[in-house]
Design a protein around this ligand. Structure first.
Ligand code: S3P
Length: 424
């Protein structure tokens, strides 16, 4: 993909459904009574992987454009073949929690990138609950799970991960007793909201501690999935870069555990406003407008790094264009995402002529730098491809994004929609 510089970003958009919410609604629909009907379901390949697995587990799934219907089952069926999770860590980790509650052997595998990602974080708690699990060396996929009768645990998560929390809560549905999870920093709470939407009682005893009682019945829902805020991030950051930009995104997911990007943009100096806030199935949805303001700089660390984990690549990619730069700490998790995102961000910033300091748990990117177009290596990572497409819009000269097709993992429409709002 070749990206040319832009003059500004103008227009109004509505985005395909949020990836995190789509995964959860599909998985819970599979184990709920009755039919679950989801409109604006994520168009990304990751959520298609979840639907594929749900089919392999015996559920009827009908897909018609953005509308997905899932017939839930009381008990899932033993799959005939290994469950194909594709590139999707969310699919593998969260679905493991569900299959752990089923009395059949089951294998889960993924592509080359997913096969390198750590699974020990879900293996340990699910084993404690009574599932038998084996994995490849270093607790990497493929996973072999023999589930069955589980017992409740009270688990303190060593890493802040919404996928791990979700796997444990989902397994908790099949456990005798009350399963509790405590996280070191608050992570996205879509599983808690989705469980409640499907009729499950979820308790939150303190800010970072939730629990669920086993044996509850889920009931299918009808829902419109709100627009994906992590996909919106690329457009919002692009708009913030150009004086004269004016971008509106409607029906966007604004769950407070996901919307920290809006705070980050405001702290940087962009003009951000939110209107038409509504709540659907516990998820806040609204319209966001972004205009340019002189971008200063920010430090991102601790809980903010956790809350912004998927948006850090694009924030780092626009950092050279700010006045004071951006420093990111406490984001070691970026090294075990679809790629080593810290290393790839640093590599691509340097390719564009930027100075930056790479650290074990983050980056420091000084501001006041002018970049030039370059050959960008996405490493097959969707968020790297899209983040540097945004950086390329303010560079001098053309950029070539290698592996741009990886955008299909979360956002196949990205390049077409980008061209629709870019003014040259
Ligand atoms: C996700 C949680 C995050 C995030 C991923 C989606 C989710 O991962 O990076 O893109 O839907 O729960 P971790 O739970 O590994 O932090």
């Amino acid at each position: 993909m070749i990206l040319r510089p832009a003059r500004n970003i103008l227009g109004a958009l509505r985005l395909p459904g949020d990836k995190s919410v789509s995964h959860r609604y599909a998985m819970l629909g599979a184990i709920a009574q009755g039919t679950t009907r989801l409109s604006n379901f994520s168009s990304g390949a990751d959520c298609a992987s979840t639907l594929g697995c749900v089919r392999q587990l015996g559920c009827a799934v009908r897909v018609n454009g953005g509308v997905v219907e899932i017939e839930g089952r009381d008990r899932l069926q033993q799959p005939a073949e290994s469950l194909d999770c594709g590139n999707s860590g969310s699919t593998m980790r969260m679905l493991s929690g569900i299959v752990a509650g089923h009395d059949f052997p089951c294998e889960l595998h993924g592509d080359e990138s997913l096969s390198r990602r750590p699974m020990g974080r879900i293996i340990a708690p699910l084993r404690q609950m009574g599932a038998r699990i084996s994995a490849a060396a270093g607790d990497r996929p493929p996973l072999h799970i023999q589930g069955g009768a589980l017992h409740a645990i009270d688990y303190k998560m060593p890493v802040a991960s919404a996928q791990v929390k979700s796997a444990i809560l989902f397994a908790g549905l099949y456990a005798e007793g009350e399963t509790a999870v405590e996280e070191p920093y608050r992570t996205r709470d879509h599983s808690e909201q989705a469980l409640r939407a499907f009729g499950v009682e979820v308790s939150r005893s303190s800010r970072n501690r939730v629990s669920v009682r086993g044996g509850q019945t889920l009931h299918g829902i009808e829902a419109a999935v709100p627009g994906d805020i992590s996909s919106a991030a690329f457009f919002l950051c692009a708009a913030a870069l150009f004086p004269g930009s004016n971008l509106v995104i409607e029906s966007l997911l604004l769950n407070p555990t996901r919307a920290s990007l809006l705070d980050a943009l405001k702290l940087l100096g962009a003009r951000v406003s939110v209107i038409n806030l509504e709540e659907h199935h516990g998820e806040l949805v609204g319209t966001v407008k972004v205009e340019h303001g002189p971008l200063r700089g920010i430090n991102i660390e601790g809980p903010m790094s956790v809350a912004l984990i998927d948006e850090l690549p694009v924030l780092a990619a626009i950092a050279p264009y700010t006045r004071d730069g951006i420093e990111i700490r406490d984001a070691k998790e970026l090294r075990v995402k679809e790629s080593d995102r810290i290393a790839l961000v640093a590599r691509n910033l340097r390719a564009m002529g930027a100075e930056c300091e790479e650290r074990e748990d983050g980056l420091r990117v000084p501001g006041g730098q002018q970049l030039h177009g370059a050959e960008i290596e996405s490493g097959g990572d969707h968020r790297i491809a899209m983040a540097f497409s945004v950086a390329a819009l303010r560079a001098q000269g053309e950029s070539v994004i290698h592996g741009a097709e990886s955008a299909r993992i979360s956002f196949p429409e990205f390049f077409t929609m980008l061209e629709g709002v870019v003014e040259r």
